[in-house]
Each structure stands twice: as structure tokens, then as C-alpha cells.
Design a protein around this ligand. Sequence first.
Ligand SMILES: *Cc1c(COP(=O)(O)O)cnc(C)c1O
Length: 494
Amino acid sequence: MQEETLQNLWKVAQGKWESGVLPSAENLARARASLPNILPNTGASLDSVQQHILNDIVPAFNGGSLSPNYYGFITGGATPAALFADNVVSTYDQNVQVHLSNHSIVTDVEFHALGLLADLFRLDRAAWHNGTFTTGATASNILGLALGREFILQKAAEMKGSPVRSVGEEGLFEVLHELDLSGVQVLSTLPHSSLVKAAGVLGIGRANVRNICRADNPLHFDMDQLEKELARTDKVSIVAISCGEVNTGRFATSGMEQLANIRQLCDKYGAWIHADGAFGIFSRVLDDSPEFATVKKGGQGIELVDSITGDGHKLLNVPYDCGFFFCRHPGLAFQVFQNANAAYLTAAASDGPSIPSPLNIGIENSRRFRALPVYASLLSYGKHGFRDMLERQVRLARAIYDWVFEHPAYIALPLTTSKTELLDQSFMSVLFRAKDDILNCELAKKINDTGRMFVSGTSWDGAPACRIAISNWRVDVERDVTLVTGVLAEVSQI
Ligand SMILES: *Cc1c(COP(=O)(O)O)cnc(C)c1O
């Protein structure tokens, strides 16, 4: 793209989040009307295609990633370093699938970026510098359950004194049949929908993802019931830890002792532990100050699990799409994901002993160089930069919770009578509803109709609720708390 167009693009994008978080109805309608119904025989000039995209399509985007006041989903943003690197990635268009040390540096950079991420999350490289970059947490959850499935069926064979089988090689049905088992189950507490999707994709079955929740706290495991399920002789189990629940932002576990107990049970029964830390793994970047002690406990002991999901395009603030996956068992991924029987690739894949070829340890063969924006952002911010970013996000969430808790029109969720406890437990999400049922039913819409901020509507305890998910690198606590509480005060009076 010409220099001038790129400059123009940046200017338009910059203005975007200053002019509202959603596109206007007119801009949406105009963009829809501009989409061609049929592929023309003759192509248009590059210039006119650029003008069409900039003038018709871009005005109908939302401020999702650009605006610090877009709190829907958990979108993150894109740091300047990541954005620069992402443009380099597109321009040079490297294919990161086979490690060929004489051909390109890209697999080395990707491998190093994974090591730097392990450092960011205080995961010991000796155990954890193993895994890959993915398209997002959904793909990482597929990897986690796939490796878990492989591992627990190998363990089951070992425990029964049968020859070790591989699902990747022989097939799930064949291995289950051979071991006289009726299926695989995933035991969790309020797992993200994508984990259920992963179970569906992998032939485990969505119905076999089960909540093993305590009656007094649905986020925590009922340890007695967990042991009962793990002890079943007809099924093999994967335990999935919600390291950051998507509505509340809270954690399924709270410290090393709990993780050690779960680890001990899983070792006894040959189960795999996967942690979905899409955003929750970032609690490990916080320091030891009392201000964040409770939240930090949510990520403590995660090094005892077998595999970890993390998202790049959320709290790491790199562009879509990017996720990452760590696993403590080197070699296992090859058994599931090897790109077998391609002589021209396997010959190349043996080049270089230490860096595995990505095509043999993850879902895709051809892959985008999505590790470069991560690499650039990590170098540009360092451990402290990411800690500062997260501290701002948590402080903003707490300042909003504080206001919501005190306001007569709103109820802070999960319900509690103690504001101290509420603030202590809160990470970077704010879950709440209006006291008035009629207002509550249209609360998200009313907030979003102001055009000044955007929240997700969700459901909690069987009734509608709103969630403010704070994930953008541009957070400014004072500026944003004024805006958010201003909008909430205004909406409560309509
Ligand atoms: C967002 C999220 C996912 C899914 O992530 P994608 O990047 O959208 O695939 C999975 N788990 C949790 C906890 C999440 O917050």
C-alpha cells in the first residue's frame, strides 16, 4: 500500500474511537448497499478498490479494538508495536509451518516468542517452553483436550497392563473399544462455551462436559464429587480449570494448595488437567502487592497442570487472530498432530533438533507469522509494561464496581454484602444488573444506545445482566471511570 494511503488509514482509525463505539445506522446501510452482488469480469483499479474499502466499508466498522470504551466481548486492542509488526507480517507473508534453519528465521522467532511468553507468566522454561501459537483460545482449547484425550487413554492402557494405544494413529472408537471404556469426560466448573465446542469437535461430545460445582459457589470444584467421577472405571477424564470465568472474571481455584490437591487426584486416576487461562493467565503478571493478592491466587499453582490456553488478541493486545498454547509434555503433540506421510515435509522437519516444525504440533499446516506481533509487543513493553497495563485495567474495574455497589439503581454481581470482598475478588470484568426489572431487561441496549460505551448483555443466576470487560491497552482509570459512571447514572434515570 502506498505511504499516503497508509497514513490516511491511520488517521481515519485514530478518529474512529473518538467518534463513538458503534457505526451509525446510515453508515451500516450505506456499506451494505455498496457490496457487489456478483463478481465482475473485469477488475477495478487498485485505487478505486482502496477508496471503496476506506469510504464505504471502514465507516461501518465498530470501535471494538480501537476504543478504550468498547467493553463488549473481551476484545483487547493492538499496541503500536504489535500493529507495526502485523504490517510487517502481511508485507513479507512468511509461511511458518516447517522449521528450515537455512531458509528463514521465522520458526526461531516464533519459538523465542513462546519462551518470552512463558517468562511473562512466570512459567519455568525448563518445563514449559513447549507449545505453539494458535488462532485463539478456542483452537488452544482444542489442542488441550486433544492432548489430554491422547494422554489419558495411554495412561488407561498402562494401568490396565494393555499395550499403549494412540488415538491420533488408531482412532478414538478403536482405542476406547480396545480398553473396554465407554467414553471420555471433561470435568469443569462454568467452562467457557469454546471448551464445550472443543469437546464436540474432538468426538468427546458436548454432553460429556460436566459441571462439578460446589452448591455454595458454582465456580469451585466439589472435591468429593470430583474424586467420585475420576474414580469411574467406565470413563477416562480430563479436568478443565476455568482460570478466569468469562462472566465474572473470577477464578476456579485460589492458590497452590487447591491445585496440588487436584493434581494429586488426577495423578492417582490418570487424568489430565487443562487450564483455560484465555485471559486469567495474565493474573500471573501481577506483583505481590496486597492490592492484587486475591486475584493473584487465582493463577497460582497453574504450573501444576498439563496444558494451558492463553489468548493473544485479548489482554496481550495483539491484533486478531492470535492465541497460544503451553504443554508440559514434549513429544505428545507430535503423536496427535503430526503431518504424516508427506515425504517432502518430514525430510525438512528433521532439520534442527530443538525447534519443532509447527505443522507437526498444531492444527494448521500453512500458518501466518502471528508470533511476530507478540514478540514485538513483549519486547516493547517488558514484564513491567504488561503489569502496569493490567493494573490499570483491574483498577478501573474496581472503581466501577465500587460505584455500582453504592448506587441505588444497580446490583453488583455476584451478589455479596461485602464491598471489600467484591473489590478484592474482581479482576478486569464488572458484572451487574439494574434493580428495576423493566430497566434491567433493556439495560445493555440503553447503555449501548448512548454511543459512548459498549457492554455485553449476558445472563447470571437466570436473569439478564451486563458485563463490562476491560481489556484495552489504552485504559486511563480516571478518564474512563468518569465516562462509565456518567453513562450508567444517566441510563438509570431514563
Ligand atoms: C474468549 C475466551 C475463549 C475463546 O477465545 P477465542 O480467542 O475467541 O477463540 C476461551 N476461553 C475463555 C475463558 C475466553 O475468555
